[in-house]
Ligand binder design. Structure first.
Ligand code: PEP
Ligand code: MG
Length: 358
């Protein structure tokens, strides 16, 4: 009833006054962003742009990946750009001047391409009557086939190998930011493992931003162990870090994030290796250790480095507590977890203190 609602609001606003860390939400659409605001999010910490290419747009991505000439590639990119501009405009409108971290495309490529086995059967059955497009697709799939796509052509690697994709996205972000005055875009490069990758993409991104006269932060995900260890170098080229603890957990433990129910998990629980899955609660000794190393080395290079987390752990109370202690500036989680994150960030401030944690 009304009284209860008022009491909840009082508690939440008290928590907001107390907490040191900001709370953002992971949101991929204008609708998600509006929902995140209703739950009290102070920005978008992760917009996963690859989700924008599923559904009807899949065929455009196929065209792009399968393009055999610069013209074909340009045509596919030109078809995607206005759609992207529209996507970003809606998010900026919903967020009304709050920071919005847009991650450049990070697809496990196989999710966008037709199934190799299915297509090869189709072409084999059709024999001489097989369609030309199917034959071309099959040949390209053979070329791009990976035994382990999660460790393959993803994230920044895709941007380095397929020219123009990242630039198209950055142009769309810049145009959307211009269309919505007051927007605060933060452009994030995924799956970086070495500063050279980041430098290459950052320089191109900066050039486009300068040409369009748009101001945006440029930063990176820290989700590969090597990125955490070389955070001092990476911070030379990044204005912010966001910890991608889903991939970081996968790569630190060597557990597949897609098979978390794997048979050996119960054995690990039995042995007391962990009490809860490390994909749910940040493993303080392992993944947490890498986070602390990256915070320390990153800030040693760039004292004003902005630090956040956008893996699933950003919505888990125990992990939020850890993030506060590690000196992060914000956590980002699913919109529905934002209220819990606001409360836990406040609790962590009360228990550990606010400004002296870093
Ligand atoms: C992560 O790896 O933690 C992350 C946020 O990125 P994604 O889950 O999209 O790989
Ligand atoms: Mg990731």
């Amino acid at each position: 009833d009304d009284e209860l609602v008022r009491a909840v609001h009082r508690i939440m606003s008290h928590a907001d006054e107390v907490r040191r860390m900001a709370v953002r939400a992971n949101a991929d659409t204008g609708e998600d962003s509006a929902r995140a605001r209703r739950f009290g999010a102070q920005g978008v910490g992760l917009c996963r742009t690859e989700h924008m290419f599923l559904g009807e747009r899949r065929s455009l991505v196929e065209d792009l990946v399968l393009a055999t000439s610069a013209e074909e590639r340009e045509r596919a990119l030109a078809a995607l750009e206005p759609l992207q501009r529209e996507d970003f405009t809606k998010i900026f409108q919903a967020m009304e001047g709050m920071p919005v971290t847009i991650r450049l495309i990070d697809p496990p490529l196989h999710e966008f391409l037709p199934d190799y086995t299915e297509l090869s059967v189709k072409v084999a059955v059709a024999g001489d009557a097989a369609e030309e497009k199917d034959r071309a697709l099959l040949a390209a799939l053979k070329r791009l086939h990976e035994e382990n796509p999660m460790l393959g052509l993803r994230g920044v690697r895709l941007g380095l190998v397929i020219p123009g994709v990242f630039a198209m996205q950055v142009r769309a972000i810049a145009a959307a930011a211009k269309a919505v005055p007051g927007s605060r875009p933060e452009i994030m490069i995924p799956l970086v493992a070495a500063v050279q990758e980041l430098e290459h993409v950052k320089d191109e991104t900066r050039r486009i931003l300068e040409e369009t006269g748009v101001d945006a932060l440029i930063g990176t995900m820290i989700e590969v162990p090597r990125a955490a260890l070389t955070a001092g170098q990476i911070a030379e080229a990044a204005q912010f870090f966001s910890f991608g603890t889903n991939d970081l957990t996968q790569m630190t433990w060597g557990f597949s994030r897609d098979d978390v129910e794997a048979a050996f998990f119960s054995k690990y629980l039995e042995l007391g290796v962990f009490g809860v899955s490390p994909f749910e609660t940040l493993d303080r000794d392992g993944v947490g250790g890498l986070v602390e190393i990256a915070v320390e080395r990153g800030r040693a290079t760039r004292p004003d480095l902005k630090l956040g987390i956008c893996g699933e752990h950003g919505g888990d109370p125990d992990s939020i507590h850890f993030c506060h202690q590690a000196g992060l500036d914000y956590v980002s989680c699913s919109p529905f977890r934002v209220p819990v994150a606001r409360l836990e960030a406040a609790r962590a401030t009360l228990v550990c203190g606010g400004s002296d944690t870093r």
